[in-house]
Write a protein that binds this ligand. Structure first.
Ligand SMILES: C[S@@+](CC[C@H](N)C(=O)[O-])C[C@H]1O[C@@H](n2cnc3c(N)ncnc32)[C@H](O)[C@@H]1O
Length: 238
């Protein structure tokens, strides 16, 4: 039997992930509140272009975009089921909305547009280290001069190997995600065990700096769930 792909859990059905986020087990409420505030700080509402990589159904980003509307939003995801829902969540945005079914790395590496904000939520940890390097290089290439890369993701502690990270995260899931039915919880645990390859903060910083994004801000951290902002130069407003 071939092993499932990292995105199978999202391609088959979107309901399990929606359930986890409904209970706020991954801190979506706090994180996306901060993303809304961050986007407003840019001061280019109505004019900027935002690329959302691994957008899922965009359920949590959509309200942020209503507060700070982009002129163009493009969401990229491998899950058709998620994109179908995203169409509904993004329906009221005043600007142009494009939803692309495809691989996020390919989309970034082939885009001919310049983006003011590249956003990615809980998707990059599925990439292998060489793919993460490609991800940062592609971001460095297609971000505008004052562009922001906002990365929300799970991050390993410094000097923590993947196995210790997984042991800790799976323990956190089994101890705190108590409202998820047992069989679905085990499905989520298997997905994390087989497909999560988070990096530590210093590695992400190095990869970003190698691509010309020399400034990193840690916006927030809730357990392993981090929000990071990368840019070419130091940001005064943030
Ligand atoms: C955990 S969900 C996150 C959804 C949303 N961004 C959020 O913050 O809640 C990860 C999403 O990334 C997508 N994804 C993972 N790897 C991808 C890839 N290589 N290309 C495109 N989408 C990908 C999955 O299909 C899924 O919709």
């Amino acid at each position: 039997m071939t092993s499932p792909e990292p995105t199978d859990i999202f391609t088959r059905s979107w309901s399990l992930y929606d359930l986890l986020t409904e209970y706020n087990y991954m801190f979506h409420k706090e994180i996306y509140q901060e993303i809304g505030e961050l986007l407003k700080l840019r001061g280019d509402q109505g004019y900027y272009r935002l690329l959302d990589l691994g957008c899922g159904n965009a359920r949590y980003l959509a309200p942020c975009l209503k507060q700070a509307a982009p002129a163009l939003y493009e969401g990229v995801d491998l899950s058709e089921a998620a994109l179908t829902e995203a169409r509904g969540y993004l329906a009221d945005l005043p600007g142009q909305v494009i939803l692309t079914h495809g691989d996020l790395l390919e989309a970034m590496e082939s885009t001919e547009k310049t983006w003011n904000v590249i956003f990615t939520g809980f998707a990059i940890h599925h990439l292998m280290p060489d793919e993460k390097i490609r991800f940062f290089h592609a971001a460095g290439r297609c971000l505008s001069e004052n562009g922001w890369l906002i990365l929300v993701d799970v991050v390993r502690e410094e000097h923590q190997d993947r196995e210790s990270y997984l042991n800790r995260y799976l323990k956190f899931m089994r101890e705190t995600w108590t409202k998820v039915p047992q069989d679905q919880l085990e499905e989520a645990c298997a997905h994390v065990h087989d497909h999560d390859y988070p990096e530590c903060l210093s590695t992400l910083r190095e990869m970003a700096a190698g691509a010309g994004l020399r400034s990193t801000r840690l916006i927030s951290r809730y357990a392993q769930h981090h929000t990071l902002l990368f840019s070419r130069s130091i940001l005064e407003k943030v």
